[in-house]
Design a protein around this ligand. Sequence first.
Ligand code: ADP
Length: 274
Amino acid sequence: MSRARPHPLRELLRVKPGSRIRLADVDPNETHGRDKETAARTLQKGLDRLTDLQDRLWAEQKHPVLIVLQGIDAAGKDGSVRHVMTAFNPMGCSVTSFKVPTLIELAHDYLWRVHQRTPGKGEIAIFNRSHYEDVLVVRVHDIVPKQVWSKRYDEINAFEELLTSSGTTILKFFLWIDRDEQKARFQDRLDDPAKRWKFRLGDLDERKLWDSYVAADEEVLRRCSTDAAPWYVIPANKKWFRNLAIAEILADTLEDLDPQYPPSTEDLTGVVVE
Ligand code: ADP
């Protein structure tokens, strides 16, 4: 018996431009009909597609691709990089983790450090945190006045439009877990010696600001999801679904670019390798 192909996650999880999304309405345990038993096989198929597509993308040297990962602490940004991006040849792929800005970075506008890390043709750049921190942590902690950060949504849209109109494909993934899941993951970090280094006491202070972060996240999703640079809200309590969703959306998007191996630039007819 054949089963209908499930509805593409690219459509289900995309934030429609101008939508009034409320994260409370998004179930972080949602799996959209995908099941855990077959997840490993489905993920592997997605990763195989990604490997092939990135190989072509890199060979073709035509399309830059930017992947933005955001999410509250312990939402799974690092894990997504590790599990999904293993499909890529490190050549032609970069990962940048954006931290508290340095003095030099602070001496420039907030997009300066970001623009330097955007992908060139054929490259995939992954941002683990991004320019969105400048309307998230910066807003929650009043690092700059409201009149400064409130202009940044339009500035960010304009910046991303500059990138997309110059040929860059942008995908933005917001990883959505709930408070209980964050608690469990923090506890796990405390208990597991291999994960302890990831835990900081300050994480508990940030956790107290959960509602402020959610409000800031919602504003980003409402104002900065555009047709050219969409946000996807990934239900991320279940890591297997998170990985599968990111891999599927990425592969479907890269497939649309239809990257092709370029022909040789020289005439090779009749060439024999002695
Ligand atoms: P991560 O949590 O990403 O694994 P860290 O524990 O080093 O790595 O945290 C990086 C910190 O840098 C985060 O708390 C993040 O909010 C902060 N950060 C990133 N960008 C900015 C920014 N533009 N302004 C202030 N803080 C920022």
